[in-house]
Design a protein. Structure first.
Ligand SMILES: [Zn+2]
Ligand SMILES: [Zn+2]
Length: 366
């Protein structure tokens, strides 16, 4: 069937809205009518060439929608169900899956079509690569069943979409990856969709102190609304000075956890340096390919750690439903995270605004 999609063909060239062909669902696949999809920095990184992948493709990996058709083997959702989707699909049988880490699945090919099979998305019979195995900036999505979770019908789909990436990544970074302890102190560098989600995760975990750092003053105000207890303005001309010193002063010697929600080597360094002994620095943002980390190894005498984080160490089918419980209890604010809404035709504008750091979360609505 035909559907309109934002097709990315070349770095630095605006996406065009093109008509693509979406195939019928095979046994384990779900066809979804897309209702909303958040714009994530990973999409923008890809469009700018700082994360590389095959083209042409349709970006978008933070979607919500309604199930339109299912394959013969699909059991977890039915036609008409409201769903969200996440790129953390899994085979269920590899070592990582069996050890409870499906987000690190080693055999993701099981969730993709074979190379010689009919492609899920095509134009004039030519394959369009499915970005993140989702390609959600399209009126319809054809995805593997494990990518999809049914949600309650009373949850607004544009808010729900954010759980597909930003919220799962950020809240998960605090609750799953770092396992933030009640009464602890936390620093979060970067107050975008991921940073706000980390702040909310730390608040849900019962952190005593949550320090938000950003170079945009308005974002610090936003951070306070979502649960930050203190803010520090970063950047060379900041009246707050060196953020590491400011964090150490506020936390009486260093924080227990520090998160880089941006993906910059300099921020990872500051995360490590701002920790108390035994503290944990978590790299959540995607550092562009080719950049290197350099840190003073003296910090390791204090048993500080740096660890990676992929998609909030999620078990999406468990986490997403828990997050909607928090949402309904008023403990996880999804609605205020959506600051801007665009139609599919305005997608290039949405990318530019997110890249310029002017907005928090833009959602493309269909
Ligand atoms: Zn994302
Ligand atoms: Zn697996």
């Amino acid at each position: 069937m035909k559907a309109k999609a934002a097709v990315f063909r070349e770095i630095g060239v605006d996406m065009k809205i093109e008509e693509v062909d979406i195939d019928e669902p095979q046994a384990n696949e779900v066809l979804i009518t897309t209702a909303a999809c958040g714009v994530c920095h990973s999409d923008v990184h890809f469009a700018k060439g700082s994360i590389l992948g095959p083209v042409p493709t349709v970006p978008g990996h933070e979607p919500a929608g309604v199930v339109e058709a299912i394959g013969s083997e699909v059991k977890s959702v039915a036609v008409g169900d409201h769903v969200i989707a996440c790129t953390s699909m899994f085979c269920g049988l590899c070592k990582q899956c069996l050890q409870g880490r499906p987000y690190l699945c080693m055999d993701r090919r099981q969730c993709q079509r074979k190379r010689d099979d009919t492609p899920r998305i095509s134009i004039d019979g030519k394959r369009i690569t499915q970005f993140a195995d989702l390609s959600a900036f399209c009126e319809k999505m054809l995805v593997h069943e494990t990518a999809v979770v049914k949600i309650d019908n009373d949850i607004p789909l544009d808010s729900a979409a954010l759980v597909g990436c930003a919220v799962t990544t950020g809240v998960g970074a605090a609750l799953n990856t770092a396992k933030v302890q009640p009464g602890s102190s936390v620093a979060v560098f970067g107050v975008g969709g991921i940073g706000i989600s980390i702040i909310q995760g730390a608040r849900i975990a019962g952190a005593r102190q949550i320090i938000a750092i950003d170079v945009v003053p308005g974002k610090l105000e936003t951070a306070m609304k979502f649960g930050a207890t203190h803010t520090i303005l970063g950047g060379p001309d900041s009246p707050d000075g060196d953020p590491v010193k400011a964090i150490k002063k506020l936390s009486r010697g260093g924080v227990d956890y520090a998160f880089d929600a941006v993906g910059m080597p300099q921020l990872v360094q500051q995360c490590l340096y701002a920790l108390a002994p035994r503290g944990l620095a978590v790299v959540v943002g995607a550092i562009p390919t080719g950049q290197k980390l350099e840190v003073d190894p003296g910090h390791f005498y204090l048993e500080k750690s740096i660890m990676g984080c992929f998609m909030g160490s999620n078990r999406f089918h468990i986490d997403a439903l828990n997050y909607f419980d928090f949402y309904k209890q008023g403990r996880l604010d999804l609605d205020s995270m959506v600051t801007d809404r665009f139609g599919l035709g305005d997608i290039n504008e949405a990318f530019a605004l997110l890249d310029g750091g002017e907005i928090n979360r833009a959602v493309i609505t269909f």
